[in-house]
Design a protein around this ligand. Sequence first.
Ligand code: GAR
Length: 186
Amino acid sequence: KIKAAIFASGTGSNFEAIMETEQLVCDIALLVCDKANAGVIVKAEKYGLPTFVFDAKQFPDKAAYEKAIIDRLEESEISWVFLAGYMRIAGATLLDHYEGRIVNIHPSLLPSFPGIDAIGQAFRAGVKTTGVTVHFIDEGIDTGPIIAQEKVAILQDDTEETLKKRIQNVEHQLYPKVINQLLQTK
Ligand code: GAR
């Protein structure tokens, strides 16, 4: 079975959705997290999953912490990386090492509303339709070849909270499905 790692910085609802997926075609073998107090770490403990927690400030630069991440990934024989709310831009060190094998999920229809608070951005912009994108990453912020998108309508009586809930529900369905489709043929 292919071994994959999830990178996350926050709550970990997407992490949990992936972990709860029966018949996932890969083994999630490691969580990588850049925030020592992130909720996702507690969730990983619940599954007995090994975690690599790092503090970027303890390293001289991005290349140095990404090198440390890669060493840990190699130790666990990780061949694919799934970003699930990992709020850092990948650098050349990581991108070169896992070329074409790093996937991200983002809560908008990219290229609209990249970056932080994509749901709030779409809500405030007053668009009628937003959604979820799963894509390969490159050196940009939420850019790179799109793999799958799903639309979510913004309803007349939506609040940012109700919209967020519907978008996250779509994320939790879509991400495991896309992971399986991507890896099935590998
Ligand atoms: C998710 O909505 C994910 O799409 C988003 O962060 C959230 C993490 O939630 N990612 C980005 O905005 C990437 N630019 P979670 O920790 O509950 O999975």
